[in-house]
Design a protein around this ligand. Sequence first.
Ligand SMILES: [Zn+2]
Length: 749
Amino acid sequence: MTYRFRDLLALEPLSAEELSFLLDQSKPFQEIQKHPLKKLATLRGKTVALAFFENSTRTRISFGAAAARLGADTMNLQAEASSLKKGESLLDTVQALNAMKPDALVMRHEASGAPEFVARHLDIPVVNAGDGTHEHPSQGLLDALTIRDRKGTIENLNVTILGDILHSRVARSNIHLLGKFGCRFTLCCPPMWVPKELEKIGPPGANIRRVTRIEEALENADVILLLRVQTERLHEPAISADDYILLYQLNAARLRLAKPGAIVLHPGPMNRGIEISPEVADGPQSCVLEQVTNGVAVRMAILYLLIGGAADDVPPSRRNPGNPRMLLIKNGRVLDPAGKTDAQKDVFLDGERIAEVGPHGKVGAPPGCEIFDASGLIVAPGFVDLHAHLREPGQESSETIETGTRAAARGGFTAVCCMPNTKPVNDNASVTRFILDRARAAASARVWPIGAASTGSKGEAIAEIGAMKEAGIVAVSDDGKPIATAKLARQVMEYCSALELSVIEHAEDASLAAGAVMREGVTSTRLGLRGMPAAAESVCVARDIQLAELTGAHLHIAHLSAKASLDEVRRAKQRGVRITCEVTPHHFTLIDEDVKYDSRYKMNPPLAAREDREALLAGLADGTVDAIATDHAPHEPALKDVEFDKAPFGITGFETALSLALEQLVCAKLLPLMRMVELFTTGPANVLGIERKIAAGQPADLTIFSTDHPWTFHAAESASKSRNTPFDGRGFRGAPMATIVAGQIVFRH
Ligand SMILES: [Zn+2]
């Protein structure tokens, strides 16, 4: 489930589901904190205004760091220097700030409700960074994130709050958040420091009690939340500092009264020796430094959701793992290359797995089970795309994991391998985990990351391939370019051979391809555009085949486009080299003569010669080619809508791949439908060493398609954020009708 937030003013109005969503969204940003290069380009070009009308160092720096790590600029309004001191009203001040066109306003103010007041008058998102004695939502979230990391849950915990509760917005935000997860609260402080009605403000049914003795308060505590004692308030007619220390200080002896694994949180800055003793502050149960780190992650997530990465609209059928369902697919023609099955069968999905496959009418479905009538349709294993660019992290204006996988699902793909040339490059486990966390939060199809072969894909040092494999990569590649040198390619292959990972090569001799914008030939000469010869690809293919032979590694050639490369692969296969290759729909559909200065025809490798296309069609038919892959490469219009020479390489591909294959391969009678299905399913899966078949116990990933449904592709209606396709307006027969991932229908025609 995805939630949209206009502002973040308080935690009180948010539901448990919305709060969980915010915490889940913070996970990927926690991972980024562990990475040596913490900066993403997600909010590049955006500006966050920080208006702190009340002194704060920590929260202001934390929001500033969060904005900077997302690539945003900040504008700072300093309380002391502000015109407020010169008598300007709050509204005039923030409206003047707003006239400088920031994309969000983060504000702290000593008046409770001030952010809400400002939000009513501004059209940009407003984030409350603490208002009076009301709330401090980002602090509540970072505390909950810290608790969830340490305790594994935020449900049904005993939370003890110590300190100046009367003046504490942190306490209120914590009660509003944790109270929705069944936590029980014990408040303890000098009696004049607890507002009398506090028990009544928590969520309905919240369990809040107050006690006066700290020893009693600590009994059975899972979490101890300390609040800063405002030392100046000790001098109000309240209590002396010595008394406070004597009666309420959390020291090591008192901490032993709590549960053995209890944790201690403090929003900082701490008064060591007043509310907390140094040995507790620095002890193993203290989380104060994790809180500071998590604060940046939570604030990155907040800014990301409010300004940048929020979904344009929520997909109609989002996977919902909390709600496993049963689905009977009836009356379809099951085509399963793995089992060589071509028969009328029913398929019963129970949750995330296929439960039963049997003849029509013989598969019993329990009452209440949803029925999908696939009469006249093909039921195939879920399509796998070996080659796509999802652009996140770093180029979210062109695509995100959310929009890219939604386009993939519309194209019938249930799993998408995403190339590592993001910003930062996926060359270490923290970026891999970021991608997978984003995919869990927002993807329609499964996302299988491909890790970089070399650090930064710079071709110098081998990347952290072992750690990335642990984190979940399925193959390695320096795609966008080849692995720079033969020596490095050899080392990568040796390493990947031991790790049982395929090495995917973008085969291109950089010296032969330098400066080229299309394939070298008659057309490039006529157009006066710099061309690269076919040999730019085939020379590199030959190099890598020899290295694969030397190392025993599994080599996969990406987007193979030239006849000479295909001949190399065919010969290598004949002598038993572990080699596979993929071909894109655009290379088996179009040729260099189609180019005509239109940047929607500019991709790398470039469209090849007529005889290359004919060789690819033969290779697709005879089994030399293992997979059809899209090389989906979205670019926002501003990038692509320039002179041919200047435009970046690449076109979108998910939503037209199946229809082009039906048109060019099946309708043209070059190969049978079963073989085409193989090229989208078992073929690519085998490259990754993954099984794909329609059988009981297998993952419930299926692609249901029509071979004759007439339709026209309009790029403007694509789920992708980008429109760079040469197939806009093309009419087709045959299209995906439903895409099922883990038993959920993620796309339905
Ligand atoms: Zn490539």
